[in-house]
Design a protein around this ligand. Structure first.
Ligand code: COA
Length: 153
């Protein structure tokens, strides 16, 4: 596992976050967010930015808890650091934070066929829904999304 620490982030971390986002997400699939979308989310109540850092930013998770549901909005790890446990570490922290916020479940949406589904299933998430043509890629093609849930209580 890559050595790293987990920090809570703020809008000041947006430039670094966007660098990881741009590197991690393939624009073909339309899953990444713009800086202004991230900033708008970060300024909403209940949103938390969780960062995995070494000397640089390795990865991030953006979550939002509303009433008793926590949503994992975005998870990304720098391609140079993938498959070294950073995503799993971020996901474990998401679950811990959601538990401490008294959430009953964590939800997320992921593109059908995204290898990230392996991480979610391995971490105990279960597939609970399908949203047809949810993502639109940079060539206009659409991609389905699967909804996953991790029950906390
Ligand atoms: C998905 C993502 C966050 C995973 O981060 P990561 O740091 O590489 O994940 P980890 O190293 O913690 O992986 C833990 C386990 O999850 C599974 N896993 C993770 N990535 C996988 C992949 N590409 N293919 C298959 N299994 C994978 C494996 O079981 C892995 O354990 P192993 O490496 O011992 O086999 C990263 O690949 C990423 O940023 N992808 C692009 C952005 C994205 O699609 N995000 C998710 C949608 S919001």
């Amino acid at each position: 596992m890559t050595g790293h620490r987990i920090d809570v982030g703020s809008p000041d971390d947006l430039p670094e976050l966007m660098a990881v986002m741009t590197a991690a997400f393939d624009p073909r699939f339309g899953e990444a967010w713009t800086a202004s979308q991230c900033l708008a989310l970060m300024t909403m109540p209940g949103t938390r930015l969780i960062l995995a850092r070494a000397e640089t930013l390795l990865g991030f998770a953006l979550i939002r808890t509303v009433v008793d549901e926590c949503e994992l909005m975005m998870l990304g790890v720098d391609p140079a650091t993938q498959r070294r446990g950073v995503g799993l570490s971020l996901l474990n922290n998401v679950v811990s934070i959601a538990t401490s916020e008294q959430a009953s479940a964590v939800f997320l949406e992921v593109r059908s066929g995204n290898p990230a589904t392996e991480l979610y299933i391995r971490s105990g998430f279960e597939k609970v829904g399908l949203r047809l043509r949810y993502y639109r890629g940079n060539k206009g093609e659409t991609f389905d999304a699967e909804t996953y849930r991790f029950m906390l209580r």
